[in-house]
Design a binder for this molecule. Sequence first.
Ligand code: NAI
Length: 347
Amino acid sequence: MVYMTIIEVNTNNNLVNWGKKMKTVAFFDTKSYDKESFERFCGEDIKLRFFENKLNEDTVGSATGFDAVCAFVNDNINKYVIEKLYESGVGIIAMRCAGYNNIDLKAASGKIKVVTVPSYSPHAIAEHTMGLILTLNRKLHRAYIRTRDHNFSLEGLTGFDLYKKTVGIIGTGKIGLAFADICGGFGMNIIGYDIVKSENFRGKYVSLNTLLSESDIISLHCPLTKENRHMINKATINKMKKGVFIINTSRGLLIDTAALIDGLKSGRVGAAGLDVYEEETEIFFEDYSEEIIFDDTISTIISMPNVIVTSHQAFLTKEALNSIAQTTMENLQAYFEGGKIKNEIII
Ligand code: NAI
């Protein structure tokens, strides 16, 4: 395994800044857009070293000697990785995302602190969700390719009005609420299901079964937990309206992709918009355009004209990136200064 360092911020040979020892952070799964936003918010007494690799059992060795690691959604921070980080003196894992389902929190408990960015821009994800719906419904992805090829036919491009259609939102937290507001602007009938109800939800709460059977569009906005893994499966798809749109910008494992493919093939599912995929870890964020992908499931689903897959992109706005970098650096600063850390996950 090759460890690729892209760049260091605050390069300082003796790691001393104004008499204080500089704190060091190993930053994993780095892309150019991460670097830009983190450079903007990095304090003068913190040194970042950017690695392109994801953090996992093979790469954890490169964190040796660092005070902290900064990780992302597709890093695999299991018990082994936690133990190695702990042995090598890392005291904190700063997730630069909201979710933390890829960390063994039990293994980290009492050894390494875990912090996240609970909110950065719910609008970024909510707007991407509506983008997927509009594209799928009005077949913009197909129209774009047609007109570029001087094919001006409208055959097969018929959509439906969103106005007065029923959208079912599963998970009405920050993103679900922002998405409900967007749907409100379209004049949609909004229903929701959540294990904790919010008084700010502008739609009507219903049971999960009612949501499944009454929605024209179902959009997932709940976290992945042990309980809701594959909550969209053969049985739940069979309860849905024929032609339902299923949109997932939350976590891939909420959907049993094989069951979704069957639903799409049978026509029960009319379209799917997926920003996440249950086996995305090895695929998303990387360029495999020159290679053959050996994941037949993703190949099959991408080949369907009524499916759009984006590569965990919903968060990717300038506002969200800046907010993620700012909060992550504040989390780290608070830890290094021994102060209270606002966004610590404690189990
Ligand atoms: P949040 O914590 O504000 O809201 C989550 C809501 O889901 C809460 O109201 C909670 O009660 C509810 N919930 C939990 N378990 C549930 C279940 N089994 N059934 C129904 N509702 C349930 O979280 P937020 O900020 O709205 O984010 C939601 C999810 O979006 C995150 O957990 C993450 O997986 C995903 N996400 C995806 C991004 C992307 O780029 N695609 C970026 C950021 C978040």
